[in-house]
Design a protein around this ligand. Structure first.
Ligand SMILES: NC(=O)c1ccc[n+]([C@@H]2O[C@H](COP(=O)([O-])OP(=O)(O)OC[C@H]3O[C@@H](n4cnc5c(N)ncnc54)[C@H](OP(=O)(O)O)[C@@H]3O)[C@@H](O)[C@H]2O)c1
Length: 178
């Protein structure tokens, strides 16, 4: 069983967090709103294995202090908006495991499909980096953004596949995005 650290896990990734917990993994979820964190724990199959940290990744000093107290996770799932790129870089620098590399799944919006808008952190040898781009759905010529269910299922699949780059839905043709 693994320890997942999920930043931004109370919104569209909530179902993925609950599914990982159901499988017996230990999860630490970070978000700002205590009520949403507590609600997630109340829905968990194994609440004693779902830890919560109330923290704001834009308040980098307190974010670093709080997360520095955690033991190194096996898997990091980072749903951090671009305004929080410093927090992403810090997470990549912070945790080290002697026995295995930490799998870092960097969840990104569709704009990351454009290399000019894509931020990739500097990576040490301790991190195995996996980019997950949230695209859109194009069905019978009609496009729409992804639902939370599709996003959670896609991110779970990405963590199983462990590919360097995984696209949920599609980003092609780019002009067809909603
Ligand atoms: N390509 C696509 O189709 C696509 C891509 C992205 C999003 N979406 C859709 O858009 C909807 C809204 O997206 P969203 O970006 O608001 O994602 P969300 O997953 O619904 O919410 C963001 C998550 O990050 C946490 N968070 C936000 N700012 C934070 C901060 N500064 N520090 C710590 N945690 C923070 C939130 O909790 P707190 O607010 O409590 O901190 C929450 O857990 C989603 O439901 C999704 O369906 C679609």
């Amino acid at each position: 069983m693994s320890h997942f650290l999920v930043i931004g896990g109370t919104g569209m990734l909530a179902d993925a967090v609950l599914a990982w917990n159901q499988k017996g993994h230990t999860i630490t979820v970070v978000a700002r709103t205590k009520e949403k964190l507590k609600r997630l724990v109340s829905r968990a199959a194994f609440p004693e294995q779902l830890h919560i940290v109330q923290s704001d990744y834009l308040q980098l000093g307190s974010f670093m202090n709080q997360l520095a107290q955690l033991s190194a996770p096996d898997v990091i799932v980072s749903w951090i908006h671009r305004s929080g790129n410093d927090a992403v870089q810090w997470l990549c620098n912070q945790y080290k495991k002697s026995d295995n590399r930490i799998a870092f799944f960097h969840i990104k919006g569709s704009s990351a499909h454009n290399p000019k808008q894509n931020f990739t952190p500097y990576l040490s040898n301790f991190i195995s980096y996996h980019e997950v781009i949230l695209g859109f759905q194009l069905i019978s010529g009609v496009s729409r953004w992804l639902t939370n269910t599709e996003i959670a299922a896609g991110v779970m699949h990405a963590t199983e596949q462990k590919l360097p780059k995984y696209i949920v839905g599609t980003v092609e043709p780019w002009d067809a995005r909603p």
